[in-house]
Design a protein around this ligand. Structure first.
Ligand code: NAD
Length: 281
């Protein structure tokens, strides 16, 4: 039976560290790290994600500002708002909550955020730095997955990792971070011919597809580390991308949904805000 990884506990420990760093920064410079979240015509899930981030800021002594813009907001107006936040020295981190309404070019918006304030780590400059292993702000969910892996104390070099999902938010940046840890990385997607075969050979499986129970328990290699990034609302509540009970029978370590990667992702975001604030003067 797998060891259950407690993402809430890990997330709380990072938030404790974030809080200490924020206090130290304020004592040294008077700066209170501040996150600005921009929400355009937010659906229910986006509003709840932003609220979660606001609450985490409150708990850790960070300031947060939320701009709730109507769904009718034009791309030009949104870009102007982001430009104003870029120029505001009291704001250290900016997130444009995705998804954006149809008609707004996500690429333009992501690229409009100053790389120094891009606490989501989505700007082409930060993704380039990630690829070059040259610093920058690292995307939060991939950082959360690596925090879990690094904390296990298991030797990863040379082992096989399979990432299911190739999005710019999770799968692709994560594949870079796993390579940095000397894993042999395979990235799977909707056209992967033999997902079961790929997963069954993996020592580390990260599921980030957004498909409930896509990764079957019987595919998991005995002793593998299984990290479930997926969040899928079902009538029975939130579930991940992994068939949890069956996978837990075979895995060495496994994350639950909820209570796994999610709380750590929020903690990584706040860590990026403090990092951005610390380099802003
Ligand atoms: P996305 O829709 O942008 O990308 C999904 C990826 O999964 C695509 O690359 C697609 O090719 C792949 N995929 C989809 N169906 C597949 C299938 N049947 N077989 C193989 N590959 C398949 O999604 P995303 O933004 O990367 O998010 C993925 C999931 O992770 C979602 O459930 C999302 O809610 C969740 N998520 C959770 C957190 C967190 O903090 N817990 C953060 C980000 C995303």
């Amino acid at each position: 039976m797998a060891v259950l990884i407690d993402g809430r506990k890990l997330g709380n420990s990072i938030l404790g560290d974030v809080s200490e760093r924020a206090v130290a920064l304020a004592a040294r410079t008077g700066i209170v790290p501040t996150l600005a979240a921009v929400l355009v015509g937010g659906d229910g899930a986006s509003v709840s994600y932003v609220r979660q981030k606001e609450r985490a800021c409150e708990r850790t002594g960070l300031r947060s500002v939320t701009l709730m813009l109507p769904a009718s907001t034009s791309e030009a107006e949104l870009l102007e708002r982001i430009d104003a936040l870029n120029r505001d020295s009291a704001i250290h981190g900016i997130i444009a909550q995705l998804p954006l309404p149809a008609g707004i070019d996500v690429e333009k918006v992501v690229s409009a955020v100053s790389p120094a304030k891009d606490v989501d780590g989505f700007h082409p400059v930060n993704l380039g730095l990630l690829m070059r292993n040259a610093g920058g702000l690292v995307p939060c969910t991939p950082a959360a997955v690596c925090h879990i892996l690094d904390g296990l104390g298991v030797s990863l070099a040379g082992k096989r990792a399979v990432v299911v999902g190739r999005s710019l938010v999770v799968g692709r940046p994560l594949s870079c971070l796993l390579l940095r840890r000397d894993l042999t990385v395979t990235v799977c997607h909707t056209l992967t011919e033999d997902l079961a075969g790929e997963v069954s050979r993996a020592d580390v499986v990260v599921a980030a597809a957004g498909r409930a129970a896509l990764v079957r328990g019987e595919w998991v290699k005995p002793g593998a580390i299984v990290i479930d990034v997926g969040t899928n609302p079902t009538p029975a509540g939130l579930v991940g991308d992994v068939e949890f009970a069956a996978a837990a029978e075979r895995a060495g370590y496994i994350t639950p949904v909820p209570g796994g990667v999610g709380p750590l992702t929020v903690a990584m975001l706040l860590r990026n805000v403090v990092k951005a604030a610390s380099t802003s003067f």
